[in-house]
Design a binder for this molecule. Structure first.
Ligand code: UTP
Length: 289
């Protein structure tokens, strides 16, 4: 597996779909069971062996920084109360990865958020995480993507087939199949109209990107909603360098909308041995009503 040393997690958005809950707390700190949303991406990055996780933040996102910091008082208090397992978990959290933060001073879109990490990433490939997307098999998906990156060179994006009616919500690729679940990307189009989509393969929130993406973003004018879109920049990059897509296996949960967040919570809850069985019978009773 190719060794990619850095990961970027974009977490500077307003999270308007969760307002008012996100008025004074970051969307990325909303819990999925007992972990904030962003922890899933940080854990996945750590599991891929990256040395540095770069989180793109903005005003009001400080709770995220505190979350991954060490809290001696809390650890000691838990130890004193005999809760050593919890103390260990809290300690583990602060040692998950080396994390640094860069600020996106104006929310000009996802592409722009990635660009703010340029100086920290430098001239090397990196993994990009959109933390709203929770991959059931995250580590495995990235392992496959890193393998494709190593063998075929260039950038690799994760894709999943979506229903015809949903293509307008995503970046869609024009694919040419080159191996099982692997496609050469011939073109990309952001949120196409139904009937104009070149396939139903939609781009999801894990990418292995070459540093060439930064100049591609710099040359990308604002697109939809006046935002600098990552798909538009990838389209540019694709004209210069090979790009492949991996159609991943396993569930993907979109925790970035209220309904998606609820579904993710229920799906993860049902799988969790500590709450799953009771949650299941609760849901059964509710559905009977
Ligand atoms: P979203 O499109 O989900 O935007 O961004 P958002 O602000 O988080 O949420 P809504 O749409 O207002 O409800 C996808 C990812 O890109 C980041 C977000 O933090 C999220 O991880 N992002 C988006 C930025 O970091 N900066 C931006 O300017 C826009």
């Amino acid at each position: 597996m190719a060794r990619v040393r850095k990961a970027v997690i974009t977490a500077a958005g307003w999270g308007t779909r969760f307002l008012p809950a996100t008025k004074s707390q970051p969307k990325e700190m909303l819990p999925l069971l007992n972990r904030p949303l962003i922890q899933y991406s940080v854990e996945e990055a750590a599991a891929c062996g990256v040395d540095l996780v770069v989180i793109v933040t903005s005003l009001g996102k400080k709770p995220m920084e505190d979350y991954f910091d060490r809290s001696f008082e809390l650890e000691q208090m838990l130890e004193r109360q005999g809760k050593s397992q919890q103390a260990e978990e809290i300690r583990r959290l602060s040692g998950l990865a080396d994390i640094c933060y860069v600020r996106q001073k104006e929310q000009l879109g996802l592409g722009h958020a990635v660009l703010t990490a340029k100086n920290v990433v430098g001239d090397e490939p990196f993994i990009l995480f959109l933390p709203d997307d929770i991959f059931e098999q995250g580590k495995l998906v990235l392992k496959q993507m890193l393998d494709i990156h190593e063998h075929r060179k260039g950038s690799v994006i994760s894709v999943r087939e979506v229903a015809e009616a949903e293509v307008g919500r995503y970046g869609i690729i024009k694919p040419r199949k080159v191996a099982d679940r692997v496609y050469e990307v011939l073109d990309l189009i952001e949120k196409p109209k139904i009937g104009e989509a070149p396939s139903r393969l939609a781009i999801m929130g894990r990418y292995v990107l070459t540093p060439g993406v930064f100049s591609a973003i710099e040359n990308t004018p604002p697109g939809r909603n006046g935002e600098i879109q990552i798909t538009d920049a990838l389209k540019r990059l694709n004209q210069k360098q090979p790009m492949h897509a991996y159609e991943f296996e396993g569930e993907l949960y979109d925790a970035g909308t209220l309904l998606g967040w609820l579904k993710t919570t229920v799906a993860l809850g049902l799988k969790d041995p500590s709450v799953g069985p009771e949650l299941k019978s609760f849901l059964r009773d509710r559905l009977r009503d």
